[in-house]
Design a binder for this molecule. Sequence first.
Ligand SMILES: Nc1ncnc2c1ncn2[C@@H]1O[C@H](COP(=O)(O)OP(=O)(O)OP(=O)(O)O)[C@@H](O)[C@H]1O
Length: 363
Amino acid sequence: MTDFRAPPVSVTIDRLTRRLGGVTVLDNLSLSIARGEFMVILGESGCGKTTLLRQIAGFDAPDSGTIHFGERLMSGAGATVPPEKRNLGIVFQSYALWPHLSVAENVRFGLELAGLPTQAQEARVAQALAQVGLSGLAGRKPSDLSGGQRQRVALARCLAKAPGLVLLDEPLANLDPALRQSVRQEFVAMRRALGSTFLYVTHDQSEALALADRIAVLHQGRLAQCGAPQTLYRTPATAHVARFVGDGMLVPAVLLGGKEAAGFPTEIGGLRVFLRAKTGQEPGVVTVCLRAHDLEITPPGSPGTLAAVAGGAMYQGSHWRVSVSVPSLGDRWLELEHRVPPPEPGSAIGLAIRDGWIIPGAE
Ligand SMILES: Nc1ncnc2c1ncn2[C@@H]1O[C@H](COP(=O)(O)OP(=O)(O)OP(=O)(O)O)[C@@H](O)[C@H]1O
């Protein structure tokens, strides 16, 4: 069979600004997505994710800034290439299927518009439906499908079209947790089958961490950080990213000096520990991001630990998630992962800090 897939495109967003109803929804945003990359746009509700996707799809034009696909100017600087001329596949959370058409007709719809010969259309539809496991349901109407099956039809439509760029707007939002996991796997398979560039919008950090080559965190219409999932998790650029990706706990601290063999000497609540920091971080008051697995309960009074008090614990299967309160940090509550039954609430404990990341700059 001939390869009908469109080559993946790169997307370059340069200083894009969009104001809506007097609010700057996208604020001087620049972002480059490589050919064939799986980029996830992550951010809380209202940060501008859908507005950005609409800009890339060509449903809306920017106030300033440009969008290029490869070398080709798509939006801004006088250009407005309409959505149907952008060779896109779009998967919405609402599925956006035609209710009066069958599953196969929905998948075929875009191919008819593209003027593909009937036989080639049939072949692509059959192949796409087989890929998402819906061959047996080709004649059904969308109303006779489950939510997961409907979303698979939307994926099949995308597969059949084989575009250079696939945009996905919260595609799992309407599915229950069990289905989410399996449809998520479909995205991975679809990406492998198409080789297209994927741009996936979500507010769900676990989806982002699981799927992305790189994650772009959007905060109030600006790019807070863009990098590989591990980079965002281990070295968040801002307090917002630390909290939003991996539920980082933020504590005040004092960086005491430059890097030593064990790391950057830092004082947290009166305890001297060695942490990670960006090269060139100035000593002084800083904010530290701690993860639950960086903390450890020790016997009370153990050397090199903070005096703390055990709080409640929640059993999570492989471990307990335990809350502890630290008097020298103003009775701040921290959470940690504990592999054996935890101490009774109210018990005095020691708290060891094994790792932590100093948020760059003074916050
Ligand atoms: N046409 C409009 N007029 C005025 N404000 C708008 C308009 N469209 C969007 N906004 C505002 O712009 C902001 C960003 O909206 P957008 O839909 O892009 O956010 P989002 O990150 O996709 O949120 P969600 O995850 O809830 O879908 C919101 O505060 C929204 O209220």
